[in-house]
Design a protein around this ligand. Structure first.
Ligand code: MG
Length: 156
């Protein structure tokens, strides 16, 4: 039986933090994502999709942000652990399709690296792990306020 799951995540931008997406550090980013782990929002969403497909709850249930074990954790390690849970439940990932909504920086140059790292951690061929990018056309949904605060421009 084929099952599917949906994952979603969003983190606040914070100056001075590393920006890590899909296991890839985006160098020269103006700000990174705040969070207990490395705040890799893309990997977190993939984890939730896989856990959801297998009926295994969500990332916060298995890797709570109150647990010191996960402080500054490499989210790819969390993905490996989640895939092990999925396999333990009798399933295996077959395909992942993910979308990152982000105004800046441009992420396309990092796509192949994200696909390779996520695929390796999920036990998939990179061809079965798609990563898409979109912006919010500078409307409020995709972090416009935080980005403007970061660059010192008043919000609309
Ligand atoms: Mg998260």
């Amino acid at each position: 039986m084929t099952r599917s799951g949906i994952g979603f995540d969003s983190h606040r931008l914070e100056a001075g933090r590393r920006l890590v997406l899909g296991g890839v550090e985006i160098e020269d980013a103006e700000a990174g994502l705040a969070g207990h782990s490395d705040a890799d929002v893309l990997t977190h969403a993939v984890i939730d999709a896989l856990l959801g497909a297998a009926g295994l709850g969500d990332i916060g249930q298995h890797f709570p942000d109150t647990d010191e074990r996960w402080r500054d954790a490499d989210s790819l390690e969390l993905l490996r652990a989640a895939v092990a849970m999925v396999r333990e439940a009798g399933y295996a990932p077959a395909n992942v399709d993910a979308t990152v909504a982000c105004e800046a920086p441009k992420l396309a140059p990092f796509r192949d690296g994200m696909r390779a790292r996520l695929a390796e951690a999920a036990g998939l061929d990179p061809a079965a792990l798609n990563v898409k990018f979109t912006t919010g056309e500078r409307r409020r949904f995709v972090g416009l306020d935080e980005r403007r605060a970061t660059v010192g421009t008043p919000p609309l």
